[in-house]
Design a protein around this ligand. Sequence first.
Ligand code: C2E
Ligand code: SIN
Ligand code: SIN
Ligand code: SIN
Ligand code: FE
Ligand code: FE
Length: 477
Amino acid sequence: MISKESLSQLTLYAQGIRLLYVEDEAQIRENTRLLFAKFFTDIETAANGEEGLALYKKGAFDLIITDILMPGMNGVVMLQNIKELNPNQPVIVTSACEESSYLLELINLGVAQFLLKPMKTDQIIQVLYEVVRNIYNARKVEEFTANLKQELVHQTTLLEQYKEVVDISMIVTKTDLSGDLIYANDAFYTTSGYNWDDIKAKGETILRHPEMTSEFYADLWETILGKQTWHGTIKNLKKEGSYYITDTTIKPILDEFGNIIDFISISYDVTELFDLNEEIWQTQHEMLSLLGEIGETRSEETGNHVRRVAKYSRLLGQLYGLDDEEITLLYRASPMHDIGKIGIPDRILLKPGKLEADEYAIMKTHSALGYQVLKHSKRPLLQAAAVIAHEHHEKWDGSGYPRALSGEQIHIYGRITALADVFDALSCERVYKPAWPLDTIIEFIQSERGKHFDPNLVDRFMDNLDRFIAIAQEYKD
Ligand code: C2E
Ligand code: SIN
Ligand code: SIN
Ligand code: SIN
Ligand code: FE
Ligand code: FE
């Protein structure tokens, strides 16, 4: 029995399917056509093979249902012709028992479905259901494939457009697992000045600028071999000897199993930006040094005082493990630590002897004063200088000024400059005090470990005393 569901299912599958029905007996043709019309909206009929073939040649059909024995061209010959035009043409053959001699030939032609005459409605529907469902599914697969193809074309076009944009503005290279160049776009050749053969002959390391350390590249490779994306700034060597600086992202390309195929590197040339930034830095540095020297001159400290404090601070920063950027900031900003002394009257600043309590109170305002002068700038260098001016007289145990901060509340720049400043102040003569002998200074600094000074910094200082003494000697007054 045919269920209602499969009937409505058949109607659904049959939508848009073009049916060609070939039958020579007018009565059967008409009755069967009426049955088909319950499901199919697009039916053509033919009375023999010639007619059927002619119709087929005019417009393709999704399904052919044909009788075998017919006057003129029979069904078998018609199907042979049609299969030549379309080997995959779905066909149902209606046959009477006496026509079974044709069956083998029809099976060879790829006919898979037969309806035995006289045909019963149930049987017709059952066979139609199977064939039409297959056609429907095949059609869906075809549509899906076509969409997929179209999507692929679309994405390829997009990719090509992206590539065009990228090629105009960025340097793109691909590198294999051992670091050998396997692709570079025009921007790479134009920027570096090298050509493919140069790189192939000497390896990609000819691009390495002497300022770039081997640890830098070791770290880069560890990141990308660990399947992570690396991002950073690289200084590279051009063929003609100058350099270019790139903001670079290197991404490992993985296959479907997560294995690295190769690395793609995308870079912006930021040389101009970088040089401009360097110029701004330089200008600020000169401005601040000038200010520092003015302060120095007034308190009659020697020009070498700020230079030594800068060198001690940088060394302490390195020993402490600050990163390169912080060390540079500290080096350039620490000469400013006493800039607030500009606001201290001469009678106090230049007093040959010991300060009275009220005079010392005024003297101590120099750290807050310096901070007030410098704090308004957004520039990292001036911000660092503001912090240093503010905090270089704070003490680890909280007994310093102006805010009595303690421990790591005091910015590392302040803690470092405090030690550098006192080491230097004690090493030289001031209007109010003679220079101390070195062993007295060292004894004093050790006695202030964990009181005035960050104990960690005192340990680094003690472990590297030679290097501090070398700086003191090199920049002697
Ligand atoms: P500065 O001369 O650059 O000294 C910086 C810091 O080094 C001082 O900060 C202090 O911590 C240390 N220091 C310098 N000399 C001595 C010393 O003889 N003994 C000890 N234990 N530590 C010393 P401080 O004390 O906050 O002073 C800040 C600034 O005030 C000094 O800068 C200096 O310009 C001025 N100042 C301090 N005491 C006197 C003083 O007795 N007479 C005069 N004229 N100025 C003083
Ligand atoms: C390098 O080793 O020079 C960086 C790797 C790359 O450019 O892909
Ligand atoms: C340089 O080494 O001078 C610039 C490159 C960088 O800091 O990354
Ligand atoms: C530091 O104290 O190590 C620096 C942290 C900061 O930038 O405030
Ligand atoms: Fe000071
Ligand atoms: Fe000082």
